[in-house]
Design a protein around this ligand. Structure first.
Ligand code: SF4
Length: 380
């Protein structure tokens, strides 16, 4: 089966949208250090529309780049260390349980994600992976597993701290393997997937027989057993003030639509703390002292960062809509912002979209399709 060209955007292969080119930057595990965020904010201001947008894979994108500025933007990202090689930039899709090692879980998952990232970039064959194919590391709370990565290593917990179970497109392998070996095994699965040359973009696109064949490759690995998944020790949004297990403070914030102005990003970078973008488009500011955390809230809250876990902005989001997306039937973001400002009600997590493609909807979101007038919205 032939498949069309992969149009998933990256730094070098941008997407020509109605409002200019869109470049997406992969942040393995969602981590971005302050200096890189500062460089990205400057590049967004210089070449893009002056904003950053978080994505549902814990990446970040910049819109509104004129075609003639795409090479300069890419050069700025290379200089900042935010681009992969030209060949491998888009395959670096790795999501990690964002709180792991700081509030529950284990820091060992970050090390494993780094090893996977390095090996992915060194493998010649991995350039054939689609930009949509992605890897995950879940610490047992289920926050990454629920999003159905192609290949996810689920930590077995304290009782077997060096063991993970590999889960392929939501299907458990029933084998526990060493966390040390997991990155190489995850790459083996991806390579096996490609070798079947089915033309599918993702493991979930395989037929039942093809998926069963892929699973057979895992049958003899490790030892029988499965990782236990339990309730997230941090239920609800990762928004507000959290005490890390090492006594330091972690602050979680959202902004409307997961969109940051360059100025907001520069202020977040100026804190000088490790930053993590989550698949729920939150920004985690980590490893703070109590005094610094208090100052951060005082400075950033008036700038539009939301630290209130009860704010509707922790539960609602929207696709790009008009005018950025030519397919959209409505200015979805304006409609949603008006609904929030008017104190409108929501049905749990909601994601508003301008057409049935439902871009960016999370796994537990109620999707509302807006038309020239809002359609399918509460009370309409
Ligand atoms: S859901 Fe439709 S309108 Fe919204 S960004 Fe995707 S293609 Fe565009």
């Amino acid at each position: 089966m032939n498949r069309p060209a992969d149009r998933c955007p990256g730094v070098f292969a941008t997407h020509a949208a109605a409002d200019g080119h869109l470049a997406r930057l992969r942040l393995p595990g969602g981590r971005i250090d302050p200096a890189r965020l500062e460089a990205l904010a400057l590049a967004a201001e210089t070449y893009g529309d002056g904003h950053l947008e978080f994505t549902g894979r814990a990446n970040v994108q910049v819109r509104g780049i004129p075609a003639e500025s795409v090479p300069d933007f890419a050069d700025a990202m290379i200089a900042a260390g935010l681009a992969g090689s030209r060949t491998h930039d888009r395959v670096r899709n790795i999501v990690v349980s964002p709180l792991t090692g700081r509030l529950g879980g284990t820091p060992a998952l970050w090390d494993a994600a780094d090893r996977l990232h390095a090996a992915l970039g060194e493998a010649a064959w991995s350039v054939d992976l689609s930009g949509r194919f992605w890897f995950g590391f879940d610490d047992g709370r289920g926050d990454v597993l629920a999003r159905t990565p192609d290949v996810v290593a689920v930590w077995a917990g304290e009782h077997a701290s060096d063991a993970v179970e590999l889960v392929l497109a939501g299907r458990r392998s029933g084998r526990l393997v060493s966390l040390t070996d997991a990155p190489a095994l995850m790459l083996d699965v991806a390579r096996d997937f490609l070798a079947r040359r089915t033309g599918a973009w993702r493991i979930g696109d395989l037929s039942d027989d093809e998926a069963a064949d892929l699973h057979r490759g895992l049958a003899g690995l490790g030892r029988p057993g499965g990782a236990a998944t339990g309730p997230d020790p941090v239920p609800g949004p990762r928004v507000g003030w959290f005490d890390q297990s090492d006594g330091r403070i972690l602050l979680g914030a959202v902004t409307p639509f997961g969109r940051l102005s360059a100025r907001q990003a520069q202020f977040a970078a100026a804190i000088g703390a490790p930053l993590i973008v989550t698949p729920d488009r939150e920004l985690l500011i980590t490893d703070l002292t109590e005094g610094v955390a208090e100052t951060v809230v005082k400075v950033l809250a008036p700038m539009g960062f939301v630290f209130d876990a009860h704010s509707p902005w922790t539960r609602v989001g929207a696709c790009t809509g008009s005018p950025g997306c030519a397919k959209s039937r409505a200015d979805v973001r304006r409609l949603l912002a008006d609904h929030v400002a008017g104190g409108g009600e929501f049905d749990g997590h909601e994601h508003w979209v301008g057409c049935e493609r439902s871009c960016g909807a999370g796994p537990d979101a109620v999707v509302r399709v807006a038309g020239p007038g809002p359609v399918g919205l509460p009370g309409t």
